[in-house]
Design a protein around this ligand. Structure first.
Ligand code: ZN
Ligand code: MN
Length: 478
């Protein structure tokens, strides 16, 4: 029955901007901190306090607008959105309704059916609200205004998405773009990116969109997928019964796997918007826009393609290495030293990622320089050390930086490829492991692995495998 229906989904995505100070005052935007420590008369809505616009917020909003192919409005204005809620000390939110800063953009997503354009209606700037903390035991609610006045941009898409896969692809493009710009960390689970879903269904073949519902603040891809699926089915069931979908805001309860109606959806007129009288209209010079545009980074898709051609990496490697700008930058810095992109990629994606996870650190907290990682890999490339030794030294770099080349010399970790010296070790291993030798001579190829292991053990991993293996084989058949 569901195949007779088409789903139309549009998103409103709030993104917290990573400015140092709030949008209309000089209070810190730092997450956490003692409750209400980052507040002042402006962000707590004291009578007579006046907002002053943070220029960085405008710069970041323009940067996101340009990266999502929007037109930047030469004149934009702020408006008051009036509503009462205890986390909103002014009883209004300063937002933009009539003249938002960015309009009519679009991004391209990759779907199972190919590329698709998702239009962006507008991007506007606004302030965040505080946080309510409900203490059920004490039957009390507390308010923390540290978040009040933290800058947000709201990205409003057109209802161009048809299912959860497209929604997630769209959010991933936003994530890649915004985090590459460095204007937000876009963490869904920490609330620096919050997604509201507007969804409606219509019978296949009809053009007019159905009545939509809105689900607010979904904070994981899983919750988004489940909420979309459940809401689509709920609306279809209503239409199948011959009833009408109500225009309303619903809350998705991910634990229950169901949503419930909260309130009838408000329209702009419910908020009695009017131009913000405490702020002048914002006139944006073309030179400033050009300046922001010229400072835009290479974005993930371009970078991924360049990595495949310039470094001859597979699509898989290039995709992983460009997951964050920091990772791709580090990769390029290391490669600049050792000129072996494939090896750098292998070490970073394999041992590197494992150690980063194990130590619970972030890439920017690596205790060693790209130069020293590069030097270590050069030692492998030129045959000075074995992969075994390199892996040990790589792990050691995570304990603290050192110069790999001089360390290898001091500690005598160079490869042993001296045939006479190796022959002695091999002869000893053969004498001590008669069973394995017997097995090999009887045709058990695997037995050679055990012997190699013993040789590596005795040489502390320094024996050059390409020298040892033929030598061992020749001694075994004697
Ligand atoms: Zn403040
Ligand atoms: Mn908003």
């Amino acid at each position: 029955m569901t195949s007779k229906y088409v789903t139309d989904i549009g998103l409103e995505v709030h993104v917290e901007l990573a400015t140092r100070t709030k949008i209309f005052c000089a209070c810190s935007t730092r997450f956490g901190g003692r409750m209400n420590a980052h507040t002042c008369p402006v962000c707590t809505g004291q009578p007579g306090a006046l907002p002053v616009l943070n220029k960085k917020v405008v710069e970041y909003a323009i940067a996101v607008g340009l990266a999502t192919n929007c037109t930047i409005s030469p004149i934009s204005k702020f408006d008051r959105k009036n509503y009462y809620y205890p986390d909103n000390p002014q009883n209004y939110q300063i937002s933009q309704l009539y003249l938002p800063i960015c309009r009519e953009g679009a991004v391209t997503i990759q779907t199972p059916k190919g590329k698709k354009q998702i239009r962006i209606g507008e991007i506007h700037m606004e302030e965040d609200a505080g946080k309510l903390l409900h203490d059920a035991n004490a039957n009390t609610s507390l308010i923390d205004y540290n978040r009040a006045g933290v800058p947000l941009i709201e990205i409003v898409s057109m209802p161009d998405m048809q299912d959860a896969t497209e929604v997630i692809a769209f959010l991933e493009v936003l994530y890649d773009t915004i985090s590459y710009l460095g204007v937000s960390d876009c963490k869904l689970n920490e609330g620096s990116m919050r997604v509201d879903i507007n969804l409606s269904v219509r019978r296949e073949g009809t053009e007019t969109k159905g009545t939509r519902t809105e689900m607010k603040n979904l904070n994981s891809f899983r919750a988004i997928s489940r909420a979309i699926e459940a809401e689509r089915e709920r609306q279809i069931a209503i239409l199948e019964r011959g009833e009408q979908v109500l225009l309303e805001t619903r809350r998705w309860d991910d634990a229950k796997g169901a949503s419930h109606g909260m309130r009838s959806k408000e329209e702009a007129s419910d908020y009695r918007y009017f131009p913000e009288p405490d702020l002048v209209p914002l006139v944006i010079a073309e030179e400033w826009i050009a300046e922001i545009k010229s400072a835009q980074p290479e974005f993930r898709q371009e970078k991924r393609n360049r990595f495949m051609t310039e470094y001859e990496l597979s699509g898989y490697d290039a995709t992983l290495l460009t997951e964050s700008r920091a990772l791709s930058d580090f990769f390029e810095q290391v490669t600049a030293y050792c000129h072996n992109p494939k090896r750098v990629s292998n070490y970073l994606m394999g041992e590197g990622m494992r150690l980063i996870r194990e130590r619970g650190i972030e890439l920017k907290q690596l205790p060693f320089t790209a130069e020293h990682m590069g030097e270590l890999l050069v030692l492998v490339d030129e045959g000075t050390i074995t992969q075994n030794v390199a892996k040990e030294l790589f792990e050691k770099l995570f304990d603290g930086d050192f110069e790999p080349r001089s360390y290898v010399m001091e500690q005598g970790l160079s490869c042993v490829s001296d045939t006479l010296e190796l022959e002695k070790v091999i002869a000893g291993v053969i004498a001590e492991n008669p069973q394995a030798v017997e097995d090999y001579r009887n045709g058990k190829q695997k037995a050679i692995g055990a012997l190699m292991g013993k040789i590596m053990q005795q040489t502390k991993g320094k024996a050059a495998p390409d020298v040892v293996l033929p030598l061992l084989k020749s001694l075994l058949v004697l």
